[in-house]
Structures are given as C-alpha cells and as structure tokens.
Design a protein around this ligand. Sequence first.
Ligand code: ADQ
Length: 478
Amino acid sequence: MNRLILVSNRLPFALERVGSGPWIVTSSVGGLVRAIEPVLRERAGTWIGWIGMAGDIPQAPLADASRNAGYQVIPVALSEAERDEFYYGYSNEVIWPLFHDLQNFCNFEPAFWQTYKAVNQRYAETIAQHCERDDFIWVHDYHLMYVAQALRERGVSAALTFFLHIPFPAYDIFAKLPQQQRLLRALLQFDLLGFQTRRDLRNFLQCVRRVLPDAAVHTIAGLHLIRVEKREVRVGSFPIGIDFESFEKGAASQEVAQRAEQLRAAFPGCQLVLGVDRLDYSKGIPERLRAFRDGLERYEELRGRVVLIQNVVPSRVEIPRYHEFKDRIDRLVGDINGRFSTDTWLPVHYRFRRLDRDDLLAHYRACEIALVTPLKDGMNLVAKEYCACRIDKSGVLILSEFAGAAEQLKRSALLVNPYDVEQVADTILKAFRMSKAQRSMRMKRMRQLISNENVFSWVNSFFAAASRSPSDSAQNPR
Ligand code: ADQ
C-alpha cells in the first residue's frame, strides 16, 4: 500500500495560549479528519498544512500532537504578509467569492496572485522534502490549486490528486478571473481532480473547453478524461459525506436528549426553525432572515407559533466585508424582533458563537425544521448532520437548490431558491403545516442516503478512482 501524504491549508490542530502561558493544542473533530486519520495511521501517513497562526511555529507542542495522532505532522509557516495576501487575499477575497458566483465581492489585487503562487511553491517544497516516488499525494481545496504545477516544476512525478470542497463556477463567471488560463493549466498537473457534484464537474469541463483550446475532453461511458500537453487527467464528482453513525449515536446520548428537551421546553407551543452557519456571505443568512420576516408578515398563522434559532460561528472576521455582513444580520434580527415580538414570544433567537458538539446536536434534535439556504455551497454538511441527528425520523429540511447537497437530497428535502424571499417564506409555511407522515417518509429517505454515502465511502471512492487505470475506469464509470 502506498504511503499517503495529505495536504490542506489547515492542519487538524490549532495552537492557542493565553498571554505567555503554555501552548494548548486543540484537535479538530470534523468529519474529514475522522475519516482520514485512520487511513493516515494505516499508511504511515503525513499531514502537511498551516497551523493557522502567522510567524514562527512552536515545535514542541506540535511534536506532541503528532505523536498522539499516530502520523507525521509537518507544519508550513506563513509570515503575516503571506497570511494576508495568500489566505485572506487570493484565497478568500478572489477565489472564494468568485467560485460562489459573487464576483462583485472579489478584490482582484495582482499582488495576491504572486503571493498565492509563492505560498503554493512553499507547500510544494515541503511536500517534495517528505515524499517518495510511490507516495499517494492528496491535496485539498482552493487554497492549494497551484501545488501540482509547482511540484512538477521540481521534477516530482508521484501521483498527485486534488479535491475541491467548494463549487466550481460556470464559464461566464470563471472568465472574470485574471489568471484563468494559468490556474486551469496548474490544476491539470494533477492526475485526478475531484469535485463535489456533477454541476461542478460540468462547469469545470466547460471552462477547460473554452479556455484551453489544446485540451481535449473525452467522455468514455460517463468517465471524463482530459488530454493536454501529453498528459491524461481524470476528472470525477465525489460528493462528500459525514460520519453518520457518530452523529446518530451522539444525538441519542442522554446529555443531548436532556439538552434538547430543555430547548423545546423553553418555547412551548412553537415549532423551532434552525439556522446553523459559519459567518459567511455565501450562506445566505440575511436572505433567510428576510424570508422569515416575510413569512411572519404574510402568514398570521406563523406568528407566536414559530421561532427561528439562528446560530452563527464567527469566521474570517479580519476581512472587512465580514464585519459589514455581521452588522446586516444584527440589524435584521433587531428589526424582526422589534416588529413582531410580544410579551411571551420572541421570533428570532440569535447567537454569535460556536456551539459545543452536544449543544449543536441538541439543536439538531430539538428543531422541527432546518433552514439551510446558502446562496451557493460546495456541499453543506449542516443539511446532512441535521438529518443524521433526527433519530425520531421526523423533521423537515428546507434546502437551497444551490447547495451541493441538493443534488443528492432533492427528492426529499423542500428545495428553494434562496434569493426568492417569497418562495422561501411560502416553504416555511409548507414545512410548518406538513403532516407527520410526510415528514417521516421524507426524513427516512434522506437518512438512508446520507448513511450509505458517508464520509468513509467518500474516501474509499476517491482512492478507488485514483487507483483505477483510465481503461479500467472506462469500463466502470462513476
Ligand atoms: P464550510 O463552508 O465550512 O465547508 P459546511 O459544509 O456547512 O461549510 O460545514 C460547516 C461545519 O461547521 C459543519 O460541520 C457544522 O456542524 C459546523 N458549524 C456550523 N455552525 C456551527 C455552530 N454555530 N456551532 C458549531 N458548529 C457549527 C466547506 C464547503 C462546504 C463543504 C465542506 C466539506 O464550503 O460546501 O460541505 O467544506 O467539503
């Protein structure tokens, strides 16, 4: 079995300290980490990434973290200027908004691209120092799209694979990117490119056809191969899943059941509608609040009988646009509560902080309706986590048609266009009125699918696609 080298912008650890006290290492417990860690242990693996802080990296706590994790951890250091221009700049002020179809939010500052390339070169240098010829290298996400190009320039011929967690835009939007050709050529230095959905895959192929006249796209029995510069690149869609069982088990625990009960008891006679998001303009939070307000305005039936619990985790607060965005949310919540609240009913309960895991699961368990309405999203794990925690097989998922998850859940979720405030309001009413039998039939179907297509099968299907030769793949297309 080949050794696995996993490369991502962030390592699965964070380092924190109060003042000049000792460093504290906290591990990330996301689904991706849970799925990947056993594979890394089994394959004598290495995880390469940034620790999340600029400047020198304290080595001792990281060495401890690596020993405890059971695989090698290699940090990549970024200076403050690199963090600002690579991470906040090109990654999050150019690629992130553009790939979420929000080109007006982009800051196409030319210096950002130079730093993006330089940091990707640093990653390549670190990978080259630690990899051997037969290693399997798996690079993740939009921060590191230039890594394969930089590795090839260093003569690395190992198998290079890539997975994009965010959407890939259609040509009309991608064409705005000043570096469109360079970025596509860099991506085509990988041997396998994975996208979340068929939509993203289609968009990517369309961009290749339009931007690179020398590239030929072949589709053989459903499998896509791109031939360019005497290379052959496989491209596929691999919708990411969650660790269904751990959410289901967690939701069934006594602590979570108690917490959910307390939450329900706090709002007697009301159906609870849940929003859980990172603070990000792509998640459609103001649009959702406007839809909720519109529902209360037009449907008296909802007043006093629904409560929106909106939890927002602080994120990228260093970027000014995110501040403005938070102010908008604050104002809308104030407006709705000011206009509609009564002595006994407050329509929106808004929290701006990370919930701990039990609390998050209790919210999933307690809320009858989940409102997951991103303007665009690679997948959206909240939608899947919500269903996994509905162990009583009830609950309604209102889901944006522009979330990757909609491709899998469209038969059973209530799909909405998040920009259509009136339609979302009507759908809240529909969910509110939905019979128990309908809720249960839909929820059972979603749970079955999410349980089958979980994060472990996602990892396996990606590895399987990487290890098939193109001729095998043509016979067994995805
Ligand atoms: P994200 O944009 O971070 O991920 P998402 O898939 O929704 O988006 O994951 C967010 C995670 O944060 C979830 O696991 C959720 O439980 C957690 N979370 C959100 N709000 C929280 C709160 N208030 N308290 C505690 N936890 C909270 C990117 C892409 C997505 C893609 C994933 C995985 O943008 O489209 O689904 O990667 O590929």
